[in-house]
Structure formats: C-alpha cells, structure tokens
Design a protein. Structure first.
Length: 311
C-alpha cells in the first residue's frame, strides 16, 4: 500500500491534503508534515494543506486557500480522519483520486486507496514510517520533522500513553536528529491560558468517581462563561484527573451550545464502543461523541459505570 501511495503522489501534479475538524497536533502534524515531505521531494508539484484553522495550533502552520477548480485534476490525501463526516472542508471528495491515511479503527472505509494502521500511536508516526521506506527518494527536512514530532507528542501524551511502542520511539529518533527547538515546541503545545488553569482547579475539586473507578466531569455553558474558557480549551483538560488513585475510565461532558461534547478516556477498559453508541468513536482508550440532552449524559454515565464494574 505504501508503494501504491507513493506512485499516486508521483503521478499527480497537484496534491491537496485534508485532516479532521477540531484538529489536534497529530492532525496538523501528519497533514502538514506529509505535505512538507512531498513539497521538499518534488519541488515542481503544487501541494496544499486545507481545513479550518485552529488558532491555538497556528504555531505549527497555517492552511492554504484553495479554489474549487484546483480539485479537478488533484490527488486528495486525508490524514488522521476515521469518518468522512469529520473531514475538515467537504471538498475532499472532489478530486480525481482520494487516499485515506489513518490510525483509527477503519469504521468508514472511504477512499480509492486506504492505509490504516491501528497499531500506530499516531498518524504522524505512520508518515515517518512512510518516509523511512522510501528515504532514498523522499526528503525529510527540519520543518517536516518538527511537525511530525509535535503530532506524535500530542497523541502519545509526551510518550506516556500505552500507545507508545518501541516502533514509536525508534521512528521518533529520526526526528530528534534535526535541530528544531524541542523545549520551545513543548511550551507551545502545553502552555495554557490562566483561566484554563483555574478551570482545571475546579475540575479537580468537582469530578465525581464511583467505587469502581468510573469518573465524570460536567462543564456547563454557564460554568465555562464564568471561567471565560471556550469548549475547545476546556477539552484540553480531559486528562487532568488521570493520575487520581483508583480511576479506571472517565468522561468529560462539555456543553457547546445545544449539544454536549463527551470526551472519553480510559486506563484499561475499552470505551470506544460506548462512544460509537452515541455516534462517536475513536481509539479503545481515547474516544469522543456528541450528546444531545442531559438524559443521554445520564445514560452514558451509567454505561461507563457498568463497564468499569465489570473490568
């Protein structure tokens, strides 16, 4: 599959890369990291990265403006996006060919070529593996290395999550040979606004955990307004209770207008099937879903408690 993807890249003069809505560092890193590798390896090609910008991640890169007609004879590559509904910029299916590169469960097998590796810690890790196979033909430069390193760091929680494997560390070693400022990158990735830090104090004081290690946090619109924190920044705090003794799995419910974003995390019990019951999905230990009323919040909480009680 890697060879087929490279042949497609060689064949097309215009290549447009997409990633998912509400992007995280891996979405940016894999999309823009691959774009930079293609750009450096084939300077004659026109390579674009598109999607809605996330202000807090613009230090990694800024997306391109692409006219509709550019898609006519273009190869489109979607990175780090399991479902078509989550692709940022709906024009992704208007190109001449479509490739999906992802590390989430392949519940939506879209695209003409699909490379899905659920054993990879991140889509950024997959992009490094792709470069390594064809390193005699493809150029990995400092810009790409910084982007891909940010993606891996983001999806592995600074190499602390169980998704970090020997292969993750081996491939990451290629990246740290480049002289980008790693301490500065960590600061940019993990610095939080003062109000967000204050909200984390509220979460630590008010999360609820039962005797089986199932925990929940509920952040209403009213509360977020009180702390002057938007839902996106609140989501960054989903792991702030992960070190609580006895915790097995938890959900952060964040109100965002008429809906509630459920951020699910686990230290063992599989929770992505629970997310799928509510139209969401993700990894076995890190998933998300969108709920539409408080009754669904109660239902999901009860189901999480059952999962933890039986694991």
């Amino acid at each position: 599959m890697k060879s087929e993807i490279l042949q497609q890249i060689k064949q097309f003069e215009t290549i447009i890369l997409h990633r998912h809505v509400r992007p995280d560092p891996d979405a940016y890193g894999s999309q823009m990291g691959l774009a930079e590798i293609i750009r450096a390896s084939f300077p004659e090609k026109k390579v674009y990265s598109v999607g809605n910008d996330e202000v807090s991640l613009q230090f990694l890169g800024v997306v391109d403006e692409v006219a509709d007609e550019t898609y006519k004879d273009a190869l489109v590559i979607v990175c780090d996006t399991a479902n078509q509904e989550r692709v940022s910029d709906g024009r992704f299916n208007q190109g001449k060919a479509l490739i999906k590169i992802d590390h989430h469960p392949n519940d939506d097998a879209y695209g003409d070529l699909l490379w899905v590796d659920t054993t990879a810690s991140s889509c950024s890790e997959m992009i490094i593996a792709f470069w390594e196979v064809f390193s005699e033909e493809l150029v990995l430069n400092e810009t790409a290395a910084r982007l891909l390193y940010a993606g891996i760091v983001g999806d592995t929680g600074r190499f602390l999550y169980p998704s970090t494997t020997e292969e993750t560390l081996r491939l990451s070693a290629h990246l740290v040979t480049f002289p980008f400022d790693r301490p500065a990158l960590y600061r940019e990735l993990y610095e939080l606004p003062k109000n967000t830090v204050k909200l984390s104090g509220y979460i630590l004081q008010n999360f609820v955990m039962d005797e089986n290690g199932a925990a929940t946090v509920y952040l209403s619109d009213t509360l977020l307004n009180e702390f002057e924190v938007n839902p996106r920044d609140a989501s960054a705090l989903v792991s702030c209770i992960e070190n609580v003794a006895g915790i097995k799995a938890w959900i952060m419910f964040i109100q965002e207008g008429p809906v509630f974003r459920a951020r699910l995390r686990s230290k063992g019990p599989v929770i992505n099937e629970l997310a799928k019951e509510y139209g969401g999905g993700g990894h076995p230990l890190a998933s998300g879903a969108t709920l539409h009323n408080e009754e669904e919040i109660k239902e999901m909480t009860a189901k999480l408690q059952h999962i933890c009680a039986t694991k």
